[in-house]
Design a protein around this ligand. Structure first.
Ligand SMILES: Cc1cc2nc3c(=O)[nH]c(=O)nc-3n(C[C@H](O)[C@H](O)[C@H](O)COP(=O)(O)OP(=O)(O)OC[C@H]3O[C@@H](n4cnc5c(N)ncnc54)[C@H](O)[C@@H]3O)c2cc1C
Length: 295
């Protein structure tokens, strides 16, 4: 189903995000274990990230094809514009069309770590809005864009961030998927501003179940998300114990999702499941969204 139709059912739609594994074994584990387990939850959508560079980029398109054909799942491909010419970007878009993949998450992407100011490729695009426009030219794509409950680190302020989000939606973004946040207050505040700006596209919160203390601290620092003091206290408590941290991560994400569903009536939940099924399975079971009984 295309993104435009996806969030209209009135029931929360579940999506899972994967990344291209670095090894063939990782790919086999993803398709042989993680995906079949998560497929039981009947996700409305799965997505595959697009790397900052190198060979995993080609892999993204290949794996999207596998997700769609082999796993028979509605698939959204992430694409960014970092370090690519307009020709390369057009080739990717054309290839996706040939593969029959119409759902796209259009991203600018992050600059390389050793050169943190975004510089467009000399023959490339300059912004995510230009990527949306480029994709729309093919008359094929349904386009999602990103939103930032805690304001993107490069934005001047909340107002500028929301104004840019409005431009992305105006250019053709029909669904907004958010960056991770660990305190729902940020999401509620963001939604107020989204509504005030007259943006009506469905906003799908991105949920990251915490798996380990060092990992969440690294991710949060990278994307400018806050670790609330109460969460940090628990991370410190289970610092050396990843199993206990993951258990806490499930409890925290369950509480977050419950509140988002009840209070904000979000139309969907997008899980950054880091190619592992256990946490998402546990959270969905806690939420009463267990797999349909097997016949
Ligand atoms: C759900 C989700 C999935 C992601 N998947 C990937 C992935 O697969 N691959 C990957 O590389 N990265 C991914 N990212 C991370 C993403 O690359 C970063 O958020 C990056 O810093 C910005 O790209 P963007 O498209 O999210 O943001 P953009 O919205 O394009 O830019 C971020 C902010 O910068 C400001 N800004 C940018 N350009 C302009 C402009 N021209 N004028 C005014 N303000 C501007 C705005 O405040 C804007 O909100 C993902 C993020 C999310 C939330």
């Amino acid at each position: 189903m295309r993104l435009e139709q996806l969030y209209r059912s009135g029931k929360p739609e579940i999506s899972f995000e994967f990344f291209p594994p670095k090894t063939a074994e990782g790919t086999e584990k993803l398709f042989g274990d993680t995906i079949p387990r998560l497929k039981k939850f009947q996700p409305a959508l799965v997505s595959m990230t697009y790397g900052a560079g190198g060979t995993t980029r080609e892999l993204t398109l290949e794996l999207c094809d596998r997700l769609k054909r082999q796993a028979d799942l509605e698939t959204m491909c992430h694409l960014n514009i970092v370090g690519q010419s307009r020709t390369q970007i057009r080739e990717n878009l054309q290839r996706l069309k040939e593969l029959g993949i119409y759902n796209l998450l259009a991203l600018r992407g992050d600059p390389p770590r050793d050169d943190p100011n975004f510089k467009p490729h000399p023959e490339g695009l300059t912004s995510s809005v230009e990527l949306i426009e480029e994709a729309r030219r093919l008359n094929w794509f349904s386009i999602a864009v990103t939103g930032f409950p805690e304001v993107h680190p490069e934005a001047k302020d909340r107002a500028a961030d929301i104004a840019y989000l409005k431009r992305k939606v105006g250019a053709g973004g029909c669904v907004i998927v958010t960056q991770l946040f660990l305190d729902n207050a940020f999401f509620f505040e963001f939604m107020e501003e989204v509504k005030r700006a007259g943006i009506t596209a469905p906003v799908i919160p991105g949920i990251l179940p915490i798996l380990s203390a060092p990992q969440i601290r690294r991710f949060a620092a990278l994307c400018g998300s806050t670790i609330p003091p109460a969460v940090e206290k628990n991370l410190a408590k289970y610092e050396e114990d990843d199993a206990a941290t993951a258990q806490y991560g499930v409890e925290l994400a369950t509480r977050q999702c419950e509140e988002l569903l009840k209070k904000a009536r979000v139309p969907g939940l997008h899980f950054y499941c880091l190619n592992r099924p256990e946490a998402a399975e546990a959270i969905l079971k806690n939420l009463g969204l267990s797999p349909a009984p097997q016949k």
